[in-house]
Design a protein around this ligand. Structure first.
Ligand code: ITT
Length: 196
């Protein structure tokens, strides 16, 4: 699978099909066709999403030598001083949504945000370029699974919606999400570069 724009080919290096599908929908609205590349990306330990994404994209680029995107996301819960932040993947694998809700028990402040950093790198660049997006919302009292989503989607309700991300279709989630915002910024920049 590949994405072609004026003869250029780019890939999204990710092992997460949900992230890929969300990105694909945003990019397709900008007439960009994206391909999923399953290379092993290096995820350094850092509190800075941008630093993680930049390191990952350079590492991925070195493996395949083609223009490439990676995206790194985190969930920051205000009452938990920003936990799990960039460690969202590990926290999801270990305590999951149930564990996070337990940590939030009796907590009145449910505010939280998702952040996303899309990093792009190609041979023309000296350093990777980053595009950021974020969405504020609240951690629900209970798990609310719909028929969509992944990760913390069943416990995150963006402000302005009655539904959790898991209760939304990809199209609905993309109206609010951190990832859609970051990919929209990337798409605008990339299209201006390619003069499409
Ligand atoms: P990569 O292969 O692209 O790294 P990943 O699943 O490890 O995929 P991230 O590091 O970007 O993705 O995200 C870390 C975790 O944060 C992810 O596994 C989810 O548990 C959670 N997460 C990120 N974005 C999310 C979203 O839009 N909705 C729900 N949970 C999300």
């Amino acid at each position: 699978m590949s994405f072609q724009l004026n003869g250029k080919v780019i890939f999204f290096a990710t092992g997460n099909i949900h992230k890929f599908n969300e990105a694909r929908q945003v990019l397709s609205r900008h007439k960009i066709t994206v391909g999923m590349l399953k290379v092993k990306t290096l995820e350094i330990q850092s509190e800075n999403l941008e630093e993680i994404a930049k390191t990952s994209v350079v590492h991925a680029f070195r493996q395949c030598d083609i223009p490439i995107i990676v995206e790194d996301a985190g969930l920051f819960v205000e009452a938990l001083n920003g936990f799990p932040g960039p460690y969202a993947s590990y926290v999801y694998k270990t305590i999951s949504n149930e564990g996070l809700l337990k940590l939030m028990e009796k907590n009145m402040n449910r505010r939280a945000k998702f952040q996303s950093v899309v990093a792009y790198f190609s041979e023309e660049l000296d350093t990777p370029l980053c595009f950021k997006g974020e969405v504020w919302g609240e951690i629900t009292e209970k798990i609310r699974r719909g028929c969509s989503g992944f990760g913390f989607d069943p416990i995150f309700k963006p402000f302005g919606s009655q539904k959790t991300f898991a209760e939304m279709s990809i199209t609905e989630k993309n109206k609010y999400s951190h990832r859609a915002k970051a990919f929209r910024k990337f798409a605008k920049w990339y299209k201006s570069l390619c003069k499409v």
